[in-house]
Design a protein around this ligand. Structure first.
Ligand code: GLU
Length: 445
């Protein structure tokens, strides 16, 4: 395989799909050497097959707003790769959603899910619909309209959607309700469900908690203690909330959160139950701004229109959206003495920022490893639904710990290079080898 040749072909086939092409290139560059040691992969066209989704559904989502006006959005479901299990991955409702972004997310999801050690293929879906400023009734009608089209293509052993940006417990509830009505079955077709109808304990916290278990492992492997470390977190949604909660519990001090309006710097730390809960209150207000934090906690400072990566911190955790940390941010973090950066958002760093971290041998871990706790917990929800039982907090947390620790181990096994662990390479090789083996065993399909 020659990465540049494959990328040239792919760029010609999918012009302008920049996020998808970025995600593919990152994986191909890191697996190139390993791949070239397997001539059987080349003969079976594994790369050519693995970079294309199995199939993509695109559909119109018409719905009626509170003023009686018809609105039309676009809906998608990308069933990326089903080699190791039913398609699995979230639904994103955000104005930035395009086919390119969902293809990048579905591609990443395929390897992420392989890393969890659970039998899940990769998928992703969503819409350019935004819940911002929408009433509860509008959100419900939109979710129902979305599922009215999608329901025939999903199912507990086919494709199991969940939440992502803009889709939390409320939206999953509405989508599940309509699915159940149309399919006439009460199965684990969605994960991230409410606790009263088949949801798993710890699912809302799992991405953030899992990320911190991973970061804790990275630290321990490199003789670093998390206690007393300062952390910059971006975002203020469900994932950021889980990360802040667990980081605080592990003795670190989180000093920032951010929104589209700017970031909040809280020198004392976002470390009390009141402050952490207030993040959720801000999120649930539906206004998508963090500025009110400083009215409630006047010791904190709001920096309008800026990103938290300009702060002097030990650890940076992007928890918001793709490409939210660029080369300039990476340089500034390093100049300010950062020791560890872990992507909690999917592809939170630009390709140039990732290259910078790796070239400088900074401790850096990619989203597909760090944030896999969310989908891992979804996998556990599927298991509980299939068994018609519900596990306790302790049980789910024990699994989550184990899975994150196994992912870390796989990264070290495949990414160790002398003293330095290249977590990007480690995660990509481990995930790829598992999917490639399954594809080889199943023939040309
Ligand atoms: N959206 C999450 C992710 O990016 C979770 C997906 C799921 O639970 O299926 O992994």
């Amino acid at each position: 395989m020659r990465v540049n040749d494959i990328m040239t072909q792919l760029e010609a086939k999918h012009p302008g799909e920049s996020e998808y092409l970025q995600a593919v290139r990152e994986v191909l560059v890191s697996i190139e050497d390993v791949y070239n040691q397997h001539p059987e992969f080349e003969k079976a066209g594994i790369i050519e097959r693995i970079v294309e989704p199995d199939r993509v559904f695109t559909f119109r989502v018409p719905w009626v707003d509170d003023h009686g006006k018809v609105q039309v959005n676009i809906g998608y479901r990308v069933q990326f790769n089903g080699a190791i299990g039913p398609y699995k991955g979230g639904i994103r409702f955000h104005s930035s959603v395009t086919l390119s972004s969902l293809k990048f997310l579905g591609f990443e999801q395929t390897f992420k899910n392989a890393l969890t050690t659970l039998p899940m293929g990769g998928g992703k879906g969503g819409s350019d619909f935004s819940t911002r400023g929408r009433s509860q009734a509008e959100i419900m009608r939109f979710c129902q309209a979305f599922v009215m089209e999608l329901w025939r293509n999903i199912g507990p052993d086919t494709d199991v959607p969940a939440g992502d940006i803009g889709v939390g417990g409320r939206e999953v509830g509405y989508m599940f309700g309509m699915y159940k009505k149309l399919a006439r079955e009460h199965t684990g077709t969605f994960t991230g469900k409410g606790m009263s109808f088949g949801g798993s304990r710890l699912r809302p916290e799992a991405t953030g908690f899992g990320a911190l278990y991973f970061v804790d492992k990275m630290c321990a492997t490199h003789q670093i203690s998390l206690i007393g470390k300062t952390i910059a977190v971006s975002g203020f949604g469900n994932v950021a909330w889980g990360a802040v909660t667990k980081a605080t519990e592990l003795g670190a001090r989180v000093v920032t959160i951010s929104g589209p309006d700017g970031y909040v710097y809280d020198e004392e730390g976002i470390n009390t139950q009141e402050k952490i809960d207030y993040m959720l209150e801000l999120r649930n207000s539906g206004n998508d701004v963090v500025e009110p934090y400083v009215e409630r906690f006047p010791n904190a400072v709001f920096h309008p229109g800026r990103k938290p990566w300009e702060c002097k911190v030990d650890i940076a955790l992007p928890c918001a959206i793709q490409n939210e940390l660029n080369l300039e941010d990476a340089r500034r973090l390093k100049a300010n003495g950062v020791i560890l950066v872990a992507e909690v958002s999917n592809m939170g760093c630009t390709a140039e920022a990732v290259d910078f971290f790796l070239e400088n041998e900074l401790l850096f871990a990619p989203g597909k490893a760090v944030n896999a706790g969310g989908v891992a917990c979804s996998g556990l929800e599927m298991t509980q639904n299939a068994m018609h039982i519900s596990w306790s907090n302790e049980e789910v947390d024990r699994w989550l710990h184990q899975i994150m620790s196994d992912i870390h181990e796989q990264c070290v096994v495949h990414g160790q290079n002398g003293e330095y662990v290249n977590y990007v390479k480690g995660a990509n090789i481990a995930g790829f080898m598992k999917v490639a083996d399954a594809m080889m065993a199943q023939g040309v399909v």
